[in-house]
Structures are given as C-alpha cells and as structure tokens.
Design a protein around this ligand. Sequence first.
Ligand SMILES: *Cc1c(COP(=O)(O)O)cnc(C)c1O
Length: 333
Amino acid sequence: MNLAKFSRRGYVQTPTPIEAAPAFSKALGGKVNIFIKRDDLLPGCSGGNKTRKLDFCIADALDNGADTIITCGAVQSNHARLTLSWAVKEGMDCHLILEERVKGSYKTDASGNNFLFHIMGVKSITVVPGGSDMMAEMEKLSTKLAGEGKKPYIIPGGASNTIGATGYVSCAEETLQQLFETGLKIDHMIVPSGSAGTHAGVVVGMVGCNANIPVSGINVSRTKDVQEKIVHKLAVATAERVGVKGGIDASEITCFDGYVGPGYSLPTDSMIEAVKLLASTESILLDPVYSGKAMAGLVDLVRNGHFPEGSNVLFLHTGGSPALYAYLDTFLD
Ligand SMILES: *Cc1c(COP(=O)(O)O)cnc(C)c1O
C-alpha cells in the first residue's frame, strides 16, 4: 500500500493518542487491559472519525472543481457536523439532507450536533422521512444548485465509500506504527460498525500490513449478517483501491449485533452504563448512538470472558460526544 499517491488535505497532522484505561479495566474485573485510540480528539469541530475520511473525500471534491458540498445523515449526524466543519474551513458551501429515522425526532431547536449545524452556518437543511432514498434526495439538490451556477459534490452518508474508507486504512497504519514505537502488543481491536467505512478501512489496513490483529465491529443499527456483507463489500473495493494483494477474505469481517437495542440512536441501558462508567473512571466522553453502544459491546464481551485473561484490547473511540447534549433526559433520569 502506498497511500501517498491519493490526494488528501492534511486534516490529520499527528497521530491520535493511544491511552491505557487502567481504572476502567479494573472496574470491569481487571482481567483484560483496555486501551483507547482517541479518534474523538481528531481536528475538525468537536472531533471524531469522519475527519479521517473527509481528508480524502474533500480533496477529491476540490480535485473535481467543487465549491459546494452536499451530504446526508441522521438528525444528530456527527458526519454532517464534521462535513460542514471542513467545508467551512475550505471556504465551501455545505448543504445537509437529514433523515428522520425516528419519526418526530427532528427539532429545529435541538441541542447537540443540530445546534452546531446552525452556529457553523449551514447553507440549508432538508429533513426527509426515514427510509427515503438519500442519494436521490442529494442528487435532486445537486441538480438544483448546479442550475444556480454552483459546483456541487456529493459525499455519501458517513463518507463511507472507498475514498473515505482510505482514511481508516491510514489509521490502521498509524496505529501499527504507534504500537511499534511504544512496544505495546495488542491482541484484539474493537470498532463501531455503522455506515461501515471505519470498520472496512481498519480491516483493509490491518490485512494490508499483515498485522494479525483481529478486528471486531459492534453494530449500531443492522443485524450481523447484513452488516458483515456491507462491511465486506466495502473492504474488498477499498483493498482494490489501495492495492492490497489477495483482497479481503470474508472471514476477516466479524460483527456483533447484540447491543443495538430497539434500533439506531435509541438508548439502551448498557449504553448508558458504558457512557457513565468511562466518564467516571477515565473522564472520557462517549456518545449515545455509536461509541456508547460499541463500548457497551466491549464491556459485555469482557464480562463474558470473550477475551483470554491478560489480553490487551484496543477500542477505537470514534467520537460523537456532542450528541450527548441532545440526550440529557436519557442520562439524568
Ligand atoms: C459515523 C460514526 C461511527 C461509525 O463509523 P462508520 O464508518 O459510519 O461505520 C462511529 N462513531 C461515531 C461517533 C460516528 O459519528
């Protein structure tokens, strides 16, 4: 792999820290050592994983002469917040199409990411019902803006195409270099698995580097079978793009779907426990929709003896904490 051949903007200038979480590990019984890769601390308004993907996607937009970015997400989308953030930095317009996956959940005056959309000066927000064809909605807006003389570029939901996933191939390389420099041996890596670019990219990077570190995804919406197929398809296409010989075997993709609860973005008791436990032991903030549910998965796997005693497990913290402020009632009850 030679990622230097792909255009990127340089949003990620230094490796994000890998921190030990001794108090959190102890609270879970002390048999497994948990480490956290702090991608929540990436640059861009309030940080998070989409910055690594947008580093490549916005470079592609600029290579294509774009002056306007269109993207989509859920009503409290971190991806929408970070796409807007980087568009602002680049002096580009940004339009958002938001999918109301939970009926009645869009509130113009909501806190969290929604509040940030407004203070960063989003050009427009279009709210569409759950289940809408988001690409069709973005194309409709793109045609309209092109008619007004703009040069729009569409970034798909979560920036989870092969261009965006390249950012997480790079994250795997960065992580391996850090492990080399510090002499830390990691036995297993846990990542949230949503629109799949993060999970697919990390797997491609690990396989491409012959790392022999198994990666497991914790689902935030779909069932295991469906999500594993989506991640595998994107991993195969990304491996081809970055030049991983031999491709990605389906056996490299593992997802757990036991922590989704009633559905995407809907709170679960285990998510609330994980968010509170990490905040009160390590003062690290997770989020209710992604990293909180992913950490709930890790907590359960540790308690159920999934990892051999003495294992070092690396959790990829993908960010999202601004969404906490849209869920006050969930945590204060
Ligand atoms: C988007 C997102 C994820 C999921 O990453 P995907 O690449 O979409 O699978 C995880 N955590 C946070 C905070 C996110 O915003």
